[in-house]
Design a protein around this ligand. Structure first.
Ligand code: ADP
Ligand code: MG
Length: 258
């Protein structure tokens, strides 16, 4: 049964130094779904995202992703190929490029998906001018989409943390993702900034973008996620709606260490 499924992870495993960071994880994410992934520090959440995006290779299991009408295995594809197929990731604690404007920061991300890359563009080889203009237009549209249009030509260094996170999302959106992975985008944000980020995620969800979101705050998760996957010690210990998860004994035990 693949109809409506965007991503299917089966028996996924990855060990570091003989210790499993992710073990036997199975999950399916529906098209248009927002899936939260929660769990204590070290549970394997970031590793799971990196296995899906291809920034880490799996030791076991498989990842299937929708292209066209059906799901296809993407295990052999590089992170770059997966990005070109629409899997975008905002890494935990992702940094901006210093000394660049907000627009330039987004454009650097956008160049990653082009054939010639950023170096060719930076050298301003003539045949890249048209591509450059298209990327610039995409980057401006992405900045506008996250509410940062006015910041386009200002140094990214002076952006408040909330807007830095929005800029990371803009960079990811510039690749026109069909699956967006957000690894703790709200960490360290103040209440007002969290609210702005929640609204941005809500608006992407309303547009039908499929997302996976790592987040600790249960209220934030309950507001944004259709379903929640709970990891502990690399294994999936529960999955359900936010309401189902809230009263789950194993989840409480994992968080409270009982
Ligand atoms: P989470 O994101 O849930 O906090 P991680 O996926 O970052 O957890 O880490 C899961 C486990 O895998 C941890 O024990 C961590 O130390 C280990 N780990 C993650 N990445 C690496 C790595 N590159 N090398 C060695 N160990 C790692
Ligand atoms: Mg993490």
């Amino acid at each position: 049964m693949t109809a409506g499924t965007m991503l299917r992870v089966e028996g996924l495993g990855r060990a570091f130094g003989g210790v499993y960071a992710v073990r036997e994880v199975n999950l399916s994410v529906a098209e248009g779904e927002t899936r939260a992934v929660i769990g204590p520090n070290g549970a394997g959440k970031s590793t799971l995202f990196n296995l899906i995006s291809g920034h880490l290779t799996a030791d076991q299991g498989s990842v299937h992703y929708r292209t066209g009408e059906t799901l296809h295995p993407i295990d052999r594809l590089s992170a770059h190929s997966r990005a070109r197929q629409g899997i975008a990731i905002v890494f935990q604690g992702a940094r901006l490029f210093h000394g660049m404007t907000a627009l330039e920061n987004v454009m650097v991300g956008a160049h990653a998906r082009t054939r010639h890359g950023f170096v060719a563009a930076a050298l301003r080889l003539p045949r890249h001018h048209r591509e450059e203009a298209a990327i610039r237009a995409d980057a401006l549209a992405a900045l506008d989409r996250v509410g940062l249009k006015e910041w386009a030509h200002r140094s990214a260094d002076v952006l408040p943390l909330g807007q830095q996170r929005a800029l990371q999302v803009a960079r990811a959106l510039c690749a026109r993702p069909r699956l967006l992975l957000l690894d703790e985008p709200a960490s360290g944000l103040r209440a007002g900034e969290r609210e702005a980020l929640a609204r941005l995620i809500e608006s992407l969800r309303a547009e039908g973008l499929t997302m996976m979101l790592i987040e600790h705050d249960v209220a934030f998760v309950a507001r944004l996620a259709d379903r929640v996957t709970v990891l502990d010690l690399g294994e999936e210990i529960a999955e359900g709606t936010p309401e189902e998860i809230r009263g789950h004994d194993a989840v409480l035990a994992a968080y409270l260490g009982q």
